[in-house]
Design a protein around this ligand. Structure first.
Ligand SMILES: Nc1ncnc2c1ncn2[C@@H]1O[C@H](COP(=O)(O)OP(=O)(O)O)[C@@H](O)[C@H]1O
Ligand SMILES: [Mg+2]
Length: 254
């Protein structure tokens, strides 16, 4: 039996809706596939970054602290033999050992801080950044934080701290900067972390860079849902900026 006009219209409408539905499904499927691929890529990157960080700390321990301790061991053994043989007390030499140990303890503390900077939530981040900046050697480093910024999420505070650590180290190591300014500021709902240096500036092409610092910083920004970019600082050097939407649980100071 032939369809009535309204039935035909209804049928066409249903067919159109079905077509649209299947187009929507294809589109959702594509998005899902892209999402899965992106997650896989990020997972692989996390693994790479984790391993690279472990290697870095491993070599820091091996090349720094272990060498230092070995030197102290050799020195103290030789001194013990000398004192035994001559039946003397070498006070000046013993003082040398205590100075060497002091230096080794500093190194151990630095490495430990690199591995675990401590709980940084609340006010701690500001104080820890101030401290990090003040014990920076190799360039004049200042911290600018015109108003208190408290971050209640320890993960976010730790990401920000680590970005500053790497940013300062890059400015000195790669940029050969003489002056570095770290700032933590807030404008309404946006918190901005910036690291400005007056060094040689970034090379245009970093495709072949074997470094992992920038990757880790980008990954940290991604984990905080923050933006991350590095641009030339005028008149010279680099400017790293990280904009973070103020987390919902971030307290303001009254
Ligand atoms: N502040 C900076 N000034 C100049 N160049 C920089 C700076 N930060 C990074 N770079 C460049 O980016 C490259 C990659 O940095 P990074 O990923 O941190 O490497 P690494 O892990 O060796 O420190 C460096 O080799 C350097 O060329
Ligand atoms: Mg680096």
């Amino acid at each position: 039996m032939p369809l009535t006009t309204s039935e035909t219209k209804e049928k066409m409408k249903t067919e159109a809706e079905l077509r649209q539905l299947s187009l929507d499904l294809i589109q959702s499927n594509k998005l899902l596939k892209a999402e899965v691929a992106e997650r896989k890529r990020v997972e692989a990157e996390i693994l790479e970054v984790t391993l690279a960080e472990q290697r870095r700390f491993g070599s820091q321990l091996h090349d720094g602290l272990c060498q230092e301790l070995t030197a102290i061991l050799v020195f103290s053994k030789a001194l013990a033999e000398k004192m035994e043989k001559n039946n003397t007390l070498e006070l000046a030499e013993l003082k040398k050992i205590s100075n060497m140990l002091l230096y080794a303890v500093d190194q151990a503390r630095d490495t430990a801080r690199g591995l675990y900077p401590g709980e940084l939530e609340g006010e701690s981040l500001m104080y820890s950044l101030e401290e990090l900046v003040s014990r920076t050697t190799g360039a004049l480093c200042v911290f600018h934080c015109p108003e208190p910024i408290l971050i209640d999420d320890n993960n976010i505070a730790t990401h920000l701290y680590r970005i500053v650590q790497e940013g300062i180290s890059n400015a000195i190591k790669h940029g050969k900067a003489k002056n570095i300014e770290v700032s933590l500021t807030r404008n309404k709902e946006i918190i901005t972390l910036s690291i400005k240096d007056d060094g040689i500036g970034m090379m245009d092409d970093l495709k072949d860079s074997k470094g992992i610092g920038l990757k880790i910083m980008k990954y940290r920004a991604h984990m905080m849902n923050a933006s991350f970019h590095i641009k030339p600082n005028l008149p010279q050097g680099s400017l790293l900026e990280c904009h973070l939407k103020r987390p919902a649980n971030q307290r303001s100071v009254v």
